[in-house]
Design a protein. Structure first.
Length: 33
């Protein structure tokens, strides 16, 4: 969760989470063929 005006999650962790989500989406797309 990202709160405006307050740091809830370290930026690196936030970016890592976004990258992980993107990788999962790519994996699902490949699985569907």
């Amino acid at each position: 969760m990202k709160m405006v005006g307050r740091v809830e999650v370290p930026q690196e962790a936030f970016i890592a989470a976004l990258t992980t989500d993107a990788d999962v989406d790519k994996a699902k797309a490949k699985a569907k063929g």
